[in-house]
Design a protein around this ligand. Structure first.
Ligand SMILES: Nc1ncnc2c1ncn2[C@@H]1O[C@H](COP(=O)(O)OP(=O)(O)OP(=O)(O)O)[C@@H](O)[C@H]1O
Length: 236
């Protein structure tokens, strides 16, 4: 595993949210972090992107604790669930700002603007953007950083079918570059459509993890079971 969570537990105050989470993601794969509302997907991501710290356990990348990977040595980029931006900067100013922070990143502003159909919005501030266009700005920003791991929290929120298809194409390119991808979603058909592996979170615990075929075999389910069938049979 490239990124690994080992027995991670986390509470907000006294309320335990994650209990002994152990799982990981590999390079060259898209892993779906799947679970119901409140299962702990965003909190797991917050622990990985260092927004919060686990009270127990550790998170490693290539065997090294993420606490010791500071600055540009921390190879994670992140698409947040709720957009984060500067009210006063336009779309193009956001892109130049992030690009300036990561001068060694090979991503090109021009290519991303083209790919994500952002050209007509370049001189607008975030308050003037639709939800989907704001989400595309968040995706563009995340891809401008230098990274080996892309983490996206409910990235399909607000995207129309064409933009979902474009984003799926981008994810495939990133997978081909042998980078690791973790996507959180409660949309099981979407996860089944794009992910190589799954981590099922339920009540702050890992219920099961693996490829669809591994899960079907492990739990003795019919060979043609959908991800939804697998998930529903496991949470019962
Ligand atoms: N800042 C916070 N303070 C206290 N409890 C929180 C906080 N943030 C989240 N929680 C609680 O932690 C649990 C897990 O929330 P989390 O947002 O990680 O779940 P999720 O799987 O991402 O859900 P969703 O699909 O609705 O985004 C929930 O019970 C939630 O109420």
């Amino acid at each position: 595993m490239y990124l690994e969570l080992k027995n991670v537990s986390f509470s907000y105050g006294d309320a335990p949210v994650l209990t002994n989470i152990s799982c990981g993601i590999c390079r060259g794969e898209i892993t779906g972090l799947v679970g119901a509302n409140g299962a702990g997907k965003t909190t797991t991501i917050y622990n990985i992107v260092k927004k919060v710290q686990p009270q127990k356990g550790e998170i490693t990348i290539d065997g090294e604790n993420i606490r010791s990977l500071t600055g540009n040595r921390f190879p994670v980029t992140y698409v947040p669930e709720s957009p984060l931006y500067y009210e006063e900067l336009t779309v193009i100013e956001h892109l130049h700002f992030v690009k300036a922070l990561y001068p060694k990143s090979e991503a090109s502003i021009e290519a991303l603007v083209e790919k994500l159909n952002l050209r007509e919005h370049l001189h607008k501030v975030p308050g003037m953007l639709s939800k989907g266009t704001l989400q595309k700005l968040m995706i563009a920003i995340s891809l401008l950083r230098q990274y080996e791991i892309l983490i996206a929290d409910e990235p399909f929120n607000g995207l129309d079918p064409k933009q979902i298809s474009i984003f799926k194409g981008i994810l495939n390119e990133i997978r081909q570059q042998n980078k690791a991808i973790l996507i959180s979603t409660h949309l099981l058909d979407m996860a089944e459509n794009i992910c190589d592996k799954y981590i099922f979170l339920h009540g702050g615990k890992v219920l099961a993890a693996g490829t669809k075929e591994e899960l079907i075999k492990k739990y003795g389910l019919p060979g043609n079971s959908s991800l939804e069938t697998i998930y529903l049979s496991l949470i019962q």
